[in-house]
Design a protein around this ligand. Structure first.
Ligand SMILES: [Fe+2]
Length: 257
């Protein structure tokens, strides 16, 4: 694989977001060839409301069509994949694993070794689903997952790989009721240790419209894809990231929609 297609916050089920995802899939299939050169990474909020199972089904149908065209697709859950976005339910944690990975026993960090890369997917939402803080849209990786991440980074096959971390919540930009609560703990583990950090979650048009944070925490490439399907007309990207180039200036927004 040579390139990454980074999508986020598809919010399938919300207004025309499902149709826009189909347009994105069409754009990818027509222009990102050969498919074996690409990995598609989707950083959460794939469905808009987990309480509506048909939204999961529509999302999975789209992902299957990408896979049938030869693309490897990696996903992590966002707060909307575990509920409404502000009210979650723990039952959706297992459901997400079953639907998207066909295995409820998968644990996070989820690592996929592909060529010289280690893709490390984090769940930044599940730790938030206990009774006292399952409201709002904040994220937390949690102590258990963070300790697993430390051990994972030391595994020889991971240590020797080019590491890409992807998660839903925005690790840098603090907004009330939306931020990643243990971002400082994450920073200690991955600072200067990984070459790419991909995320979403913030897609309202506020201060940082471009949503590029290269160099933060000593990580050369940091992208927020916003809402790739432009939920409610908000900012979003379909980043095409060329891993063969050290310089991220060759990366671009594909503008499939
Ligand atoms: Fe979102």
């Amino acid at each position: 694989m040579k390139k990454i297609i980074h999508l986020s916050d598809l919010h399938i089920g919300h207004k025309e977001c499902g149709e826009r995802f189909r347009l994105i899939i069409g754009g990818i299939s027509r222009t990102c060839l050969p498919s074996s050169d690409y990995i598609v990474v989707i950083t959460g909020d794939i469905a808009d409301n987990a309480f509506h199972p048909e939204q999961y089904e529509e999302a999975i149908a789209g992902i299957i069509s990408l896979e049938e065209s030869g693309y490897r697709v990696l996903v992590v859950p966002g707060n909307h994949d575990y509920g409404t976005g502000i009210l979650g339910n723990r039952k959706f944690v297992g459901q997400f694993k079953q639907k998207f990975f066909h295995d409820r026993r998968i644990s996070y960090p989820k690592v996929d070794l592909i060529d010289e890369f280690a893709f490390i997917g984090l769940d930044s939402t599940a730790w938030e689903l206990n009774w006292h803080d399952r409201f709002f849209s904040e994220g937390e990786i949690g102590k258990t997952q963070l300790s697993r991440l430390v051990r994972l980074m030391r595994r020889p096959e991971v240590a020797a790989s080019r590491k890409i971390v992807y998660l839903h919540h925005h690790p840098f930009d603090f907004k009330l009721a939306m931020q990643l609560k243990d971002s400082e703990e994450l920073k200690v583990i991955i600072e200067n240790q990984v070459e790419m950090l991909l995320f979403g979650h913030y897609h309202r048009d506020e201060e940082s419209a471009l949503k590029i944070y290269h160099g933060t925490w000593g990580i050369p490439r940091c992208y927020n894809a916003g809402s790739s399907t432009h939920k409610n007309g908000e900012t979003g990207f379909q980043w095409i990231i060329n891993t063969e180039e050290k310089d991220p200036s060759a990366d671009f927004n594909a503008k499939f929609i």
